[in-house]
Ligand binder design. Structure first.
Ligand code: AMP
Length: 304
């Protein structure tokens, strides 16, 4: 294992990646907020197989946290992160300061519009504008690349795809399937906030999704019914507080139409101090047959 090169300035990262592309090397980019886990590692591994140089950014972006959210408390462990990146043969870790990214007090920001107001955006107003702003900056800094995002944050993937398209970034957005703990809990840096008891309670998210998924597999495609089943499951867990349970169109994030189209099942709940999210996509029988042989959801999600 060789340690990645740590870069803290925008100018140096630009120079390094321009030089790599000038030699014909393809750049793979994995944006993160650090406190890395196997979900992030999976993104890096995918990037490694499809590109010559992998760059991981580690930046806890203040713009995407609300005033009452966990920006200050967000877990950080740079040395451990660096080791994980080294194990995944990441060439460069970009770790800018907040001042490097936002030197002015009132930065210009991006407004994503209504897509950022639904699901997580209802509880986290401005969150997706903050995400889009930092990702737009990172895309401009990194330059032409493939960029890897986790399906766990499904709304984020929709927002980033739209951003890349709307602002003509020379970036191919790749979506990677959610990595779960053996018991089904979606991996998240925020899982570290959970006590043992809360950790057990947090399983209610994937359980609710699985329940609705099974129902859909048996032919139930009424979004209201699927939503109700998920909400009831989460509300029955004493240590969880439901934020939302939704069955929506995977691209538009509006309520799913009943019938022969994929449905994105998405849930969010607070468990102790952690606000956790999870999602699964349900494919109707007809499109499921067409999917046979794909190893994860990438084939169906990278179409946009
Ligand atoms: P974060 O550091 O939480 O901002 O996440 C950085 C990237 O890793 C985002 O694209 C996330 O969607 C992705 N990611 C986080 N957790 C997982 C997971 N369990 N499986 C797959 N991707 C993930």
């Amino acid at each position: 294992m060789s340690m990645p090169r740590v870069v803290t300035t925008i100018a140096e990262l630009r120079d390094l990646l321009d030089a790599a592309r000038a030699k014909g090397e393809r750049v793979g980019f994995v944006p993160t907020m650090g406190f890395l886990h196997e979900g992030h590692a999976r993104l890096m591994r995918r990037a490694r197989t499809q590109n010559d140089v992998v760059v991981v950014s580690i930046f806890v972006n203040p713009l995407q946290f609300g005033p009452a959210e966990d920006f200050a408390a967000y877990p950080r462990d740079f040395d451990r992160d660096l080791k994980i990146c080294g194990d995944e043969e990441v060439a460069i870790v970009f770790n800018p300061s907040v001042d490097e990214m936002y030197p002015e007090p009132n930065p210009v920001t991006i407004t994503v519009g209504p897509i950022g107001d639904v699901l997580c955006g209802r509880t986290r107003p401005g969150h997706f504008d903050g995400v889009a702003t930092v990702v737009a900056k990172l895309f401009n800094i990194v330059g032409p690349c493939r960029a890897y995002f986790g399906e766990k944050d499904a709304q984020q993937v929709v927002v980033i795809r739209r951003l890349a398209k709307a602002l003509d970034f020379p970036v191919e957005v790749v979506c990677v399937a959610t990595v779960r703990e053996p018991d089904g809990l979606a991996m998240s840096s925020r899982n570290t906030y959970l006590t043992d008891e809360e950790r057990r309670a947090a399983l209610v998210l994937s359980r609710a999704l699985n329940k609705a998924h099974e129902l859909a597999d048996r032919g139930e495609t009424d979004p209201a019914t699927l939503q109700k089943v998920m909400a009831e499951e989460i509300e029955a867990e004493r240590l969880a507080k439901l934020d939302y349970a939704a069955a929506v169109d995977p691209d538009l994030l509006t309520e799913a139409a009943e019938g022969d189209t994929p449905i994105l099942l998405a849930v969010a709940a607070w468990v102790g101090k952690a606000r956790l999210i999870d999602n699964m996509t349900v494919y109707p029988a007809s499109s499921r047959d067409a999917r046979t042989g794909t190893s994860d959801v990438e084939a169906s999600i990278t179409k946009g």
